[in-house]
Design a protein around this ligand. Structure first.
Ligand code: ADE
Ligand code: ZN
Length: 342
């Protein structure tokens, strides 16, 4: 395979996205449009001024702005438009399947009820499957800076929709909010039939990854960067095929890594970890999925075989059924042989 066609290869290979917060796909242009129709005045003069504010020294500085941005979202139509806008972009990047996070407690605090949020997102997914050929599932996250009682109340609100939500996750401020705060609510969620994932080891210590696995019994780790210095943990997640959903541009923008050349993705792949590439909050971090693949490819000098592994991992690590996974993985094989023949 030639080496100068890697960008085309990345953009066209079929792939899944497994770590994207719908609130983090809220582009400034759409934020101004939706704020105007809801008669909300944003703190920033215009789109450029808002984009200029997107400079973060850590996760908390980002979260502070991200939660303010979400206040513009009020109606079912707002969530429908937000989700449709992300799915349109995702389909254009050859994403065939996506698992979308949303933060019900953020919207509850903004006075927006669970069914309003969920119905807007879900209807957009149904329409995108028909109109764009992209499939999507939904994972609801608990905000870890809030308490257990609030997480339990959110779980209750989700139960009427439980057949349409695949899993629960854990996000927001990691440092000082350990997984053990949420043991009982994760237990209840798993009993109700949800799979479990959690952000762990993004800024927090490697113990939070161990505890997410052992106490919350998660099936997939979001970020997991701080697994990099724990050889036994790396061996365990590789052997048990517990995937990591990594987010290179997010890590760079939130200064989890100072330089993408120091990102642990390649070392983890070389150790047979089921690592994947994702966009996290693309409207805030300067790139959707393909831009994340390109940035990490350039920084770590990944080549076609690594990209194929990442794309196959993205389907293997997803929560679709085994037969569907095989169908998607075959599509990658067909894409690669056509690409080689062209
Ligand atoms: N919510 C949205 N993006 C997040 C991230 N990168 N870490 C934790 N919580 C988040
Ligand atoms: Zn995230």
């Amino acid at each position: 395979m030639e080496t100068n066609n890697i960008l085309e290869f990345i953009c066209n290979i079929p792939k899944a996205e497994l770590h994207v917060h719908i609130e983090g796909t809220f582009e400034p242009e759409l934020m101004f449009e939706i704020a105007a129709r809801n008669h909300i005045t944003l703190k920033y003069r215009d789109v450029e001024a808002l984009r200029e504010a997107y400079q973060f020294r850590n996760l908390q500085e980002f979260l502070d702005i991200y939660y303010i941005g979400s206040r513009a979202l009020k109606t079912e139509r707002d969530f429908y438009d937000l989700t449709t806008s992300y799915l349109t972009k995702a389909a254009s990047q050859n994403i065939l399947h996506t698992e979308i996070f949303f933060d019900p407690q953020t919207h509850h605090e903004n006075g927006v009820a669970f069914p309003v949020v969920f119905t807007g997102i879900y209807d957009a997914l149904q329409d995108a499957e028909k109109n764009l050929g992209i499939h999507g599932d939904v994972i609801m996250c608990f905000l870890r800076h809030l308490d257990e009682a609030s997480a339990f109340a959110t779980l209750q609100q989700a139960l009427p929709f439980k057949d349409k939500i695949i899993g629960v996750g854990l996000d927001s401020s990691e440092s000082g909010n350990p997984p053990h705060k949420f043991v009982r609510v994760f237990e209840a969620a798993r009993q109700a039939g949800f799979v479990a994932v959690a952000h762990a080891g993004e800024e927090g210590p490697v113990d939070y990854i161990h505890d997410s696995l052992d106490l919350l019994k998660i099936s997939r780790i979001d970020h997991g960067n701080n697994s990099k210095d724990d050889a036994l943990l790396i061996q365990k997640i590789a052997q048990q095929r517990i995937p990591l959903t990594m987010c290179p541009l997010s890590n760079l923008k939130l200064q989890v890594v100072k330089d993408l050349r120091h990102h642990p993705l390649k070392t983890l792949l070389d150790n047979k970890v089921v690592a994947t590439v994702n966009s996290d909050d693309p409207a805030y971090f300067g790139g959707y999925l393909n831009e994340n693949y390109i940035a990490i490819q350039q920084a770590l000098e990944l080549w076609h075989d690594d990209i194929i592994t990442l794309a196959k991992n993205s389907f293997e690590a997803s929560f679709i059924d085994a037969a569907q996974k095989q169908t998607y993985i075959k599509r990658i094989d067909t894409f690669v042989s056509d690409f080689n023949a062209s």
